[in-house]
Design a protein around this ligand. Structure first.
Ligand SMILES: Cc1cc2nc3c(=O)[nH]c(=O)nc-3n(C[C@H](O)[C@H](O)[C@H](O)COP(=O)(O)O)c2cc1C
Length: 259
């Protein structure tokens, strides 16, 4: 059983690869928000979490889901596979703590470095094309190795990139991120550019956008936005902006350039 979250598609790609290779069920965490989160593991079934890193921590939607998660049946192998633009900090330790509260022990952790999707700060942009290609090629290779470890249920494996001063980034910086930067308040649409195609509303993983074909998007401002920037990245006319911070920046989602 594989639980996953993905905004711009990097993590969906990895989760799908893994599910195909292991022949295991994929469960998309945003679809679970209103549902009973009790699952039964079959004998010998692995328990996997495939997640992007948000602010050097697990995404908020994932942490909320885990608070409700009940796993029944024998848990003999549990792992996490992260995707990140460059570093995960102490995301594994935070996830492991959340899981322990639900009596789930994490055995191994992996991370893939994937194209950058966060563009919400002035100094952050998508990767240049060459870097995006290089990251994708390395991720393909790394993922094959990780899948082998997971197939063989290798415990105690930590193949992650924590980056510098992980406690600082996952601690105070991650806390600031959650409090001040995970918000839909700055999102707005440039009316002259918007063609009312409805794509932004369709792709939002948490249904935070009132819109759809024939309508300009309106963000709900109800605390569900994850600032995953999926709406921004998918807009075919770069009509969505985040304050002034995304002007003239690039767009990215997995498979956009069909490379
Ligand atoms: C809100 C947000 C926060 C992010 N924080 C980090 C981070 O702390 N470290 C990092 O390396 N990448 C970070 N990224 C980049 C993503 O982790 C990375 O692009 C990931 O592969 C996106 O997965 P997805 O395409 O499945 O949504 C962040 C992206 C977003 C949208």
């Amino acid at each position: 059983m594989i639980f996953y979250f993905s905004g711009t598609g990097n993590t969906r790609w990895a989760a799908q690869r893994l599910a195909d290779r292991l022949d295991e069920q994929l469960i998309y965490i945003p679809e679970m928000t209103e549902r009973d989160c009790r699952f039964i593991l079959e004998k010998g079934e692995r328990l996997g979490f495939v997640l992007p890193v948000h602010g050097w921590r697990p995404p908020q939607i994932v942490r909320k889901f885990i608070q409700k998660l009940v796993i029944e049946g024998a848990m003999d192998y549990t792992y996490v596979l992260w995707t990140a633009g460059d570093s995960i900090g102490k995301a594994t330790e935070i996830l492991s703590g959340d899981l322990r509260k639900r009596e789930i022990e994490l055995h191994s952790a992996f991370s893939l470095i994937m194209p950058e999707s966060y563009v919400g700060l002035p100094f952050m942009d998508v990767d240049p094309q060459e870097k995006e290609i290089a990251k994708r090629q390395k991720a393909e290779k790394d993922l094959s190795g990780f899948i082998k470890d997971i197939e063989e249920r290798k415990k105690g494996v930590v193949r992650t990139v924590k980056g510098p001063i992980p406690s600082f980034f996952s601690g105070p910086v991650g806390g600031f991120f959650v409090r001040h930067l995970i918000t839909d308040k700055p999102f707005h649409v440039e009316r002259k550019k918007c063609v009312k195609c409805g794509i932004c509303a369709d792709v939002c993983p948490v249904h935070d956008i009132i819109g759809g074909l024939g309508k300009e998007p309106m963000w709900k401002h109800n605390g569900t936005c994850l600032s995953c920037f999926t709406c921004y990245h998918h807009c075919p006319h770069h009509a969505i902006e985040y304050g002034n911070r995304t002007r003239k920046k690039g767009q990215y989602f997995f498979g956009r350039n069909h490379r």
